[in-house]
Design a protein. Sequence first.
Lengths: 184, 151
Amino acid sequence: MLAAAAPTLAILIHLPNSSEKFSELSLLGPNHKAEDYPFNIASNNNYSLFLGVGNHLGYCAYYLVEVKFRNQTQPAPNSFNRTSSSLPSLFNITAFVADEGTWELPLTFSFDFGYNETLTQVNLFSMTLNDVSFDMRNYTIVWDSRNNGFLGSLFFELWVYDTATSSFRYHERFVGLWFNMTSS
Amino acid sequence: MHGLKLLLVSIMLLVLSSQFLAAASYADANEDMAASTLASAEESIVLAYQATLNAEEAGANVSGLLVRLNEAGQLLASAQTEYRLGDFEKANELSESSKSIGEEVQNAAVDLRGSALSQSVQRMVSTMVASVVGVASIAYLLKKRYGSTGS
């Protein structure tokens, strides 16, 4: 009798889904692998990466990726406090990803920068990402004697649209790369 | 004669400045229009997403809607870039395209939700009927077997 009633019981009784809800954010190198990431960056040279998002939230999600850049003294996202970086976003990328689906965007970027010998610093002028240019004249990088380079980080923060608040909230995930901006 | 020259120069200056002011106010109007279309495109995408979520919750396959939403998102991103670069006409055009895809997705999502709900009701009714028939048949067979043994 139970066997005959099972299909109806399955419709009427909904057990909570106990699987963990999370999202993935990934950055792959130019060969679509987690290797050969660019490090030494020359001014106005093009570099390639792949940005990926995986959705395991249990519903189709509306993501926002904020592209940011910082030097070693500027604020990074904080993994302990689970907060995003307070730096402004240079560029926003949005993606709608199906539940258990993945989304990927090939990125091609270049930096326009120059070396200021008097101040021993690198002055950034602009960045181009997938043919879109942004002004970066407020960004400077000073010499890091310990690591022997002018280090700057390009990072990507993941935000997700929250229907309860009708706004994007930081999804506590970020990926980034450090670059040595000395090659000319 | 001197007064006439002064008058002519004044008229020319007035005409030139009015043209400049007209161009400036036209640019301002373009910028306002582009900003307003951008905002309504963003809103349209959010509404389309919410409708898509509702359709998904009702059991509809929303993969086609997500493809269209990504197209709308890309157009919106391009519109934002053009706006930042000062090409308000292009920004307006791209925002309008993005907005219209958002509206199209919203309507399609409402339809999908409706058909998914009616399908799930049909499925539920047929499953329940099958269960009731199954339980009744088993009860009847048991009654027939054990009822006849007992008598």
